[in-house]
Design a binder for this molecule. Structure first.
Ligand code: 6PG
Length: 225
């Protein structure tokens, strides 16, 4: 469960570090899981500049808010604007259908994901220690026999969610967490420095097939060093 820490000066450097990983994966690998939230937006923009040909890639999401794809809160929508609309060679896009009933959307996504080994999973980190839509002490943390499940939001936006489960995210060759800013420092220490705990879901999510890397800026890493 060990995590390699990669600490860089600031948010821009963190975005660039992740963008380079994404661009490399887009050249070499097939199945990439992207995340929502605000932090990865810059990394996606840079990744599209570094590697405009994403035609060999299958793009997935770790979670989705239950809103239509053109809603400002949609993780797909954010990714489309920052990355998918900026690349010339289009990837195969596997969108979680946030506009549907969460159970139906989760089952459909699980069917799509079955038998897929993920090459790169990108995760965010909430200030409460959540990642994807796996929130502290939520029942979703216990699920081992389903790939994708509906979830309740523990933080804004308070809309229902659909999330990959811990074993699904862990079925990955490389996992990267991206977190920046002092408001993430406490969560980063709990996720990457302390013992795994249901109080900090990100501490439970690790690659089972390869490496897990946390890309942090100095502010987010402040309590780890
Ligand atoms: C979501 C995300 C979520 C996100 C974290 C961090 O749908 O909200 O997938 O897990 O990565 O909340 O979000 P920020 O980058 O906005 O802090």
């Amino acid at each position: 469960m060990s995590v390699e820490l990669q600490v860089v000066a600031d948010a821009e450097a963190a975005a660039r570090t992740v963008a380079e990983r994404l661009a490399e994966a887009a050249r070499a690998r097939r199945h990439i899981v992207l995340t929502g939230g605000g932090t990865p937006r810059r990394a996606y923009e840079l990744a599209a500049e570094l590697e405009p040909d994403w035609s060999r890639v299958d793009v997935w999401w770790g979670d989705e808010r239950c809103v239509p794809p053109d809603d400002a809160r949609s993780n797909y929508g954010m990714t489309k604007a920052a990355l998918l609309d900026r690349v010339s060679g289009s990837p195969t896009v596997h969108r979680i259908h946030g506009e549907e009933d969460p159970k139906t959307a989760a089952e459909a996504y699980a069917d799509e994901l079955r038998d897929v080994t993920l090459d790169l999973v990108l995760n965010g980190l909430g200030p409460d220690g959540h990642t994807a839509s796996l929130f502290p002490h939520a029942p979703t943390l216990e699920i081992r026999d389903q790939l994708v499940v509906p979830a309740e939001a523990g933080l804004e936006p308070f809309v229902r969610r659909v999330t990959l489960t811990i074993p699904t995210l862990g079925n990955s060759r490389t996992m990267i967490f991206l977190a920046v800013g002092e408001e993430k420092a406490d969560a980063a220490r709990r996720a990457f420095g302390d013992e795994p705990s249901a109080a900090t879901p990100a501490s439970l999510v690790r690659s089972k097939l390869g490496q897990t890397v946390a890309v942090l800026d100095e502010a987010a890493a402040a309590q780890l060093r």
